[in-house]
Design a protein around this ligand. Structure first.
Ligand SMILES: Cc1cc2nc3c(=O)[nH]c(=O)nc-3n(C[C@H](O)[C@H](O)[C@H](O)COP(=O)(O)O)c2cc1C
Length: 132
């Protein structure tokens, strides 16, 4: 099986209740194990960055589903690469909620706001690896 990782960022739609987050996470936890998907979903300041890894076909299918999900917009692909092994093998989808004072964010946000769509692929990877 060709193992790949995919990283994208997006913006919660203005009319989406943030309580939808629990719903999204529950869906991920129920779907991902059967699709062999692992990763992390980071949320802060109404923005997402998600790291998805698994078989190439499964990751593509999931990204297409996520891409047409009406609860978010401005979906920006940051990285799609083949990988030798998983980095989040213990997580069917780890949800991380960021707070403004979170030092892990501030290190990657020189102007103090969380803007994942502006991260390079390298920066995004370093940022996400902190949550393993
Ligand atoms: C930010 C975000 C992250 C999501 N992550 C996942 C995920 O990891 N796994 C998953 O199955 N669905 C995820 N979803 C939900 C999918 O978009 C979709 O609603 C879900 O897979 C159900 O699809 P279906 O109705 O075609 O079965 C996510 C949605 C959003 C908005």
């Amino acid at each position: 099986m060709q193992l790949v990782r995919l990283i994208y960022s997006s913006q919660l739609k203005a009319n989406t209740n943030p309580s939808e987050l629990a719903q999204i996470h529950n869906t991920a936890l129920s779907h991902n194990p059967k699709n062999g998907i692992t990763g992390t979903l980071v949320f802060g300041d109404d923005r997402f960055i998600q790291y998805i890894e698994g078989g190439r076909k499964e990751v593509n299918h999931l990204f297409h589903r996520i891409g047409s999900d009406p609860r978010h917009e401005e979906i920006t692909l940051i990285d799609f690469s083949e990988i030798m092994e998983r980095e989040f093998e213990d997580w069917n989808m780890k949800l991380v909620l960021l707070s403004e004072s979170n030092q892990k964010v501030l290190r990657y946000s020189p102007n103090g706001s969380f803007e994942p769509s502006r991260m390079s692929a390298d920066t995004a990877l370093h940022f996400l690896r902190q949550f393993r």
